[in-house]
Design a protein around this ligand. Structure first.
Ligand SMILES: [Ca+2]
Length: 234
């Protein structure tokens, strides 16, 4: 499993035995975003080699680019997001995120970090983000059949986190800062799923949810890195 990946996602540099690039070495499906000194506002290339390059043409909706001295990030102020056209067929795999929640009133609703959706038809999406109680949620909606997983620990605004979400085709497992964070609640009217089970999925969105109703649930704070990859055969 990839549970240990979060520890190394952004902080392991120079001389490290592991790099996320190795996850894509055999042409695995997925994407990897990792802002660096070359990053400009409005464009975040997919460095996995799979071509899901994120873009935002509207200046006011472009995340800023910054550095904390050791890692670069994109900063989202509450209406920022980036999208890529994407057709993704993987039905199990891993999502890895490194981020810092901003100071935001979470009681006003969910804050989505990564989503994959059909923007032309209602009720088809995969979302990962923080919920109204600042816990991580993973939600899958297949034509109105909704499955929502919520984890245990509350995220604190202003602190850095890594989160690894694994879906093995049946169950969701979440690790936060290298420690498994149990699923505290699962609501399901459907069978659950992953990217490839989003009917008509056409759009990948970083920093917000996206659906036929438009862009919503904007994240605020920093995103240091985001990655998803299909399950690898060993
Ligand atoms: Ca903005």
């Amino acid at each position: 499993m990839f549970i240990g990946l979060g520890l190394s996602l952004t902080r392991l540099r120079g001389g490290a035995a592991f790099t996320p690039a190795s996850l894509f070495a055999n042409g695995e499906a997925g994407a990897w975003y990792n802002p660096d000194s070359d990053t400009v506002a409005g464009a975040l290339p997919d460095i996995s080699g799979n071509g899901f390059n994120l873009a935002q043409a509207t200046g006011g909706n472009q995340p800023s680019v910054g550095s904390d001295g050791s890692a670069y990030f994109v900063g989202l102020d509450g209406n920022d997001f980036m999208t890529a056209s994407a057709s993704i067929s993987q039905t199990s795999g891993t999502i890895a995120l490194a981020f810092r929640p901003g100071a935001v009133v979470y009681q006003s609703g969910r804050r989505c970090i990564l989503s994959f959706s059909d923007t032309g038809t209602a009720n088809n999406w995969l979302e990962v983000g923080l919920d109204i109680e600042r816990r991580l949620y993973v939600e899958f909606n297949s034509g109105g059949a909704l499955t929502t997983h919520r984890t245990t620990s509350a995220f604190e605004p202003g602190s850095d986190y890594s989160a690894i979400i694994v879906y093995d085709g049946a169950d969701v497992f979440v690790s936060i800062n290298g420690q498994q964070d149990p699923i505290i609640e699962t609501f399901a009217s459907g069978a659950g799923g992953w990217f490839g089970d989003v009917s008509g999925g056409d759009t990948l969105t970083l920093g917000a949810a996206n659906s036929s109703a438009g862009v919503s649930r904007h994240f605020t704070g920093r995103i240091y890195s985001a990655l998803f990859v299909e399950t690898e055969a060993f």
